[in-house]
Write a new protein. Structure first.
Length: 354
């Protein structure tokens, strides 16, 4: 069996592909797997780290602004879309896959379209209740459309062959042990907070958590693992301005990106994160209490609906970003643990776990 995977731009598109590829490799070790991603994209680093062969095409996304710089960027994007299709076609013809699987992101477009034109069966996987533009466009060519949430069906046009599969979760997430994970990370028995705003980072989350993290640097009450993201390189300097000495505070692990999420998630007592579909699947399967902060800057506000699916089942607390700054500074430090059960205080404007 020879399989090509395509997906990128954010970890939310990359991790599902890696999870599926890992499952295939585990159950069919002789399968040959190739991952095609965007040159310079996050997948260029993450895929080889996961042990899979990687090839890239030059492509970029569109800007929605009508400014001169955005229009200029989009002209280049159109040109690259055509060249990426040629590059993808060449790679596909060389690899000769039996099937191509796309998990979203703009790089999936030229790869799966080229595969379909070459007569190779294609499958797409949609992680959210509101499908992305690329997957909606590719669905009419796909042999199967795998859905994480049945509600997504209503947003596809045409007679798609749907299969409700849920979101794939990496095997490493399931296999981790809390005690071993803490030992591996050098953590002690103090409570561990794991926080992140996605692979690119989230400015509002970084700003809101800065006071909490800097306070932990001084009082040592909590251990904190925080990823500030690709666009949050200013965050360590902000912590220093607030009096946090990152070199001396051995209870803080502040980094740009979490490459060892299975280990960090296993070690955590509570998770503070966005409400992306894959993040929620990993939180659910590990049973971690969570404080969810949906991104308001996504199509159809789908992260809010993702988060509410947990809130309604008494599995999480949600804070909307508009309430974030003045609430989380009071809220997160007052979480306490009693007999291994996390208790959440009641605050205005927050959906509370019962």
């Amino acid at each position: 069996m020879r399989i090509i995977f395509a997906g990128g731009g954010t970890a939310g598109h990359i991790n599902p592909a890696l999870a599926i590829a890992g499952y295939v490799r585990e159950h069919q070790p002789d399968a040959e797997i190739l991952y095609i991603g965007a040159k310079g994209g996050m997948e260029e680093r993450l895929v080889p780290q996961a042990g899979f062969e990687f090839r890239s095409v030059r492509i970029q996304g569109f800007y929605r602004s009508m400014s001169f710089s955005a229009i200029k960027h989009n002209v280049v994007t159109v040109k690259r879309a055509f060249s990426a299709s040629s590059e993808a076609k060449k790679i596909i013809q060389e690899f000769k896959p039996d099937i191509c699987i796309g998990t979203g992101g703009y790089v999936s477009g030229p790869v799966l379209r080229a595969a379909a034109k070459l007569g190779i069966p294609t499958i797409i996987h949609e992680q959210n209740a509101y499908p992305g533009v690329t997957n909606k466009m590719l669905s009419k060519h796909a042999a199967r459309v795998m859905l994480a949430m049945p509600d997504a069906r209503a947003h596809f046009k045409g007679n798609c062959n749907f299969v409700d599969t849920g979101n794939p979760v990496r095997g490493d997430i399931l296999r981790q042990n809390k005690a071993d994970a803490r030992k591996q990370l050098g953590l002690d028995e103090r409570p561990v907070i794991l926080s992140f705003g996605g692979s690119l980072g989230a400015q509002k989350i970084n700003e809101a958590l800065a006071d909490i993290i800097s306070r932990s640097a001084k009082d040592g009450k909590y251990q904190h693992i925080h990823a500030y993201g690709q666009y949050g390189k200013w965050f360590p300097e902000l912590l220093k301005e607030k009096g946090a000495d990152l070199e001396k505070a051995d209870n803080l692990d502040i980094r740009e990106y979490i490459n060892d999420m299975p280990v960090c998630l296993a070690a955590a007592d509570v998770v503070v994160a966005r409400a992306g579909a894959i993040t929620l699947s990993e939180i659910e399967v590990t049973g971690k209490p969570s404080v969810l902060i949906p991104s308001p800057n996504v199509a159809e506000n789908h992260q809010y609906h993702n988060a509410m699916s947990l809130v309604k089942n008494n599995a999480a607390v949600m804070i909307e970003e508009k309430d974030l700054l003045h609430l989380i500074r009071q809220y997160l430090p007052s979480i306490r643990q009693t007999q291994q059960k996390w208790l959440f205080p009641t605050l205005p404007g927050v959906y509370i776990r019962s």
